[in-house]
Design a protein around this ligand. Structure first.
Ligand code: GP9
Ligand code: MN
Length: 684
């Protein structure tokens, strides 16, 4: 034992030994911080393994540079780099406590909102154990100062530092490969900073974020107001006036936007196991006061939900890769629905039972002018309340009532469901329909989670009725994107009772519900072709807000001249006449590929293709260049992100202050929470 101790001490007295000691200490404290200071959602053995592995590659790389240096210099460097990376870890711990997210370059350089929000409260949020992240440095300093460990100034063989750097690169390669296997699209689709830290570590996240920021900032720096002018003149030339018959019919009403996760149009009236899968949504779809669309398409790219949200509330397209909410949501200027309505006297709120950092909602919503963001931090958490990405819909919808009733009316409230999300898992007690029998595991649970979502909608609508809110509200439903991807063609064919399922069928399969329900609204099933990009202009017209001056790529779905060309993010499109998939054109009416294309058709198709690519690229220019900062529509006031905070204590205080301002509670003289009926077994 003594011998081993002597040997170990002897090793630490060498330069290499000291490096190993520093790395191990840093490693241990980082893993301590991962598990105790952050909420990374580490699940399963692979994620656990990666969380433990991921501090190593970058620490070995950064600390290992010391070995390239001579004499004492390498010790000094080691202590400095240790201090810098520890301070970075420390800052993130504090920021995370306040925002449940990691620091980004944009936040540090940018708006000063970090300083603003964090500076004041820093003393209040610090915990004594936060300082443990400096413990390793203190230990190393003491060991050196007391000469317990001696400084080794001997020259090192040049191969050693090279080997150390190589080990770090190799380890990083292993780390990245395993991470991508566990979470495909981790770096390209950019879901959540939490994910990058969980899989690749804080330092890799920092580099990733810095590179991403530098890239996006460079494009923005090169953009100027003349770029905006060319977009604006395109808009003016192509403006479609809305349908005046519907102008203002919903003026002053509360607006509910109900986000139906992964809900496809084919589910409407779909039967399985001897029953309707979604009877509540079907009934709404056929209701005489519901305007339903049966040729409405999602248009998302890699950003999926985030793209849907961006389109719905800005009438801008998602980006060709990644998610604009993540790359540009924090920095860009937007003229989004919550801000537009906020300036018309509406209170705006988004509700979602997942962590606030997902899709960078916590920052993007500020840029969009959301007054409130009720994320998972606002809801009571119990283990069986969650499944997949967040709270189970029935519990989520019910527990949202307590906040809805506190919002000054009129309000604009968006509720984002999540249980009907890939891989469509649902606990036994919540299943009320048999899985389908295609044999494809990812497909067969879909009807079960869809049914569950449908029941949660039924319960919510009953509550609206029981409180009398239905008379004062317009409720908008939309499916955000496909639930079953093109990788499951065989299973889908079986589900739909078809012999085959080709590219044309798949393009048509991208239809999602879009329904506007309001007391007294002239309803019916409308066959107009359109997509998510058209929602904002349609709603603005119903609410009586003129959109002429806004930069929006969609147009009122009810307008006589509404363009029925639905652009997909990859440049494909659908119109009532033609469907383009890759280089093949189909006749939309009969699904047959166009074999011989006449001259006339060619001109027509070229024109359609051009308009689709032009609009996509103009929209990308706006987002990537942050062009809306050069333009403010008449009557609109630029949003100042600093005015918003989604900290629960602040929101609670604000709600308390406005509780008498025409809220449901004030109107009914009591809380409506008791009126909310749910059969959620978890709440029994
Ligand atoms: C998570 C949720 C899922 O918060 O919105 O996003 P998706 O995977 O559907 O894009
Ligand atoms: Mn989604």
């Amino acid at each position: 034992m003594k011998n081993f101790y002597q040997k170990l001490k002897g090793f630490f007295n060498t330069k290499l030994g000291f490096l190993v000691l520093a790395i191990v200490l840093f490693w241990v404290k980082t893993v301590y911080a991962y598990y105790n200071k952050f909420n990374l959602g580490i699940e399963g053995s692979m994620q656990g393994f990666l969380a433990i592995l991921n501090p190593l590659p970058t620490t070995i790389l950064l600390f290992g540079i010391a070995m390239y240096m001579k004499g004492r210099k390498s010790y000094v460097y080691l202590m400095i780099i240790d201090l810098i990376t520890s301070t970075w870890l420390f800052s993130n711990i504090l920021y995370y406590r306040e925002f449940s997210d990691f620091l980004t370059m944009t936040l540090i350089k940018g708006s000063g909102s970090v300083g603003n929000n964090l500076g004041k409260s820093i003393v209040g949020i610090i915990e004594p154990t936060d300082f443990l992240v400096f413990l390793d440095i203190i230990i190393l300093v003491i060991l050196l100062a007391t000469h317990f460990i001696k400084v080794d100034v001997k020259k090192l063989n040049w191969k050693i530092p090279v080997i150390i750097s190589s080990i770090s690169v190799l380890l990083f390669g292993v780390n990245l490969t395993l991470a991508q296997l566990d979470r495909p699209g981790l770096l390209t689709r950019t879901f959540d900073n939490n994910y990058i830290v969980k899989y690749l570590g804080l330092n890799s996240y920092t580099v990733y974020d810095a590179v991403k920021t530098a890239k996006t900032q460079a494009v923005k720096a090169n953009a100027d107001s003349s770029d905006l002018k060319s977009v604006k003149s395109y808009m003016d030339a192509n403006y479609v006036a809305p349908n005046v018959e519907y102008t203002g019919v919903a003026k002053g009403k509360n607006v509910f936007i109900i986000h139906l996760e992964s809900f496809q149009q084919f589910l409407i009236d779909f039967k399985w196991d001897g029953q309707e899968v979604t009877p509540n949504i079907n009934a709404l779809y056929h209701n005489q006061n519901t305007l339903s669309f049966d040729n409405f398409f999602h248009q998302v790219g890699q950003g999926k939900t985030a793209d849907a949200e961006l389109m719905l509330e800005n009438s801008l397209f998602g980006l060709p890769e990644g998610s604009a909410m993540v790359t540009d949501g924090t920095t860009n200027t937007f003229q989004a629905a919550p801000a537009i309505l906020g300036q018309q006297g509406y209170t705006s709120a988004s509700f979602h039972g997942d962590v606030p950092s997902f899709w960078n909602r916590d920052n993007t919503y500020k840029s969009w002018g959301y007054d409130y963001f009720f994320s998972s931090e606002y809801y009571k958490e119990k283990e069986d309340y969650n499944i997949g990405y967040g709270m189970k819909d029935k519990i989520f919808m019910k527990d949202s009532a307590q906040y809805i009733e506190q919002l000054p009316q009129p309000f604009y409230a968006k509720l984002i469901t999540v249980t009907n999300h890939y891989p469509y898992l649902l606990d036994k007690q919540n299943q009320s329909i048999a899985p389908t029998d295609t044999g494809d595991e990812t497909v067969d649970g879909y009807v079960q989670t869809a049914k569950y979502l449908d029941q949660s909608i039924g319960e919510f609508m009953t509550w609206l009725k029981d409180t009398g809110m239905d008379k004062k509200s317009m409720v908008v439903f939309y499916g955000d994107h496909y639930g079953i991807s093109a990788n499951h063609k065989k299973a889908v064919a079986k589900l739909l009772g078809k012999d085959e399922f080709n590219d044309f069928d798949n393009a048509q399969f991208q239809k999602v519900p879009f329904m506007i329900h309001m007391d007294g609204l002239k309803g019916g099933v409308n066959h107009t072709y359109g997509g998510e990009i058209d929602v904002l202009p349609t709603l603005m017209n119903l609410l009586g807000i003129n959109d002429k001056d806004y930069i929006q790529f969609g147009s009122d779905l009810l307008a006589k001249d509404h363009s029925q060309t639905v652009a997909f993010r990859n440049g494909d499109f659908v119109t009532p006449k033609y469907t383009k998939v890759g280089s093949t054109y189909y006749n939309t009416k009969n699904g047959k590929p166009l074999k011989k294309i006449s001259k006339v058709q060619e001109t027509e198709l070229d024109k359609l293709s051009n308009s689709v690519t032009t609009e996509l690229s103009l929209s990308d220019k706006i987002v990537k260049g942050d062009l809306l900062r050069f333009y403010t529509p008449k009557g609109f006031k630029k949003v100042d992100k600093k005015d918003y905070s989604y900290k629960k204590s602040k929101a609670d205080a604000k709600l308390k202050k406005t509780i008498k301002q025409n809220t449901m509670i004030e109107e009914l003289g009591k809380s409506t929470v008791d009126l909310y009926k749910t059969d959620a077994p978890e709440l029994k």
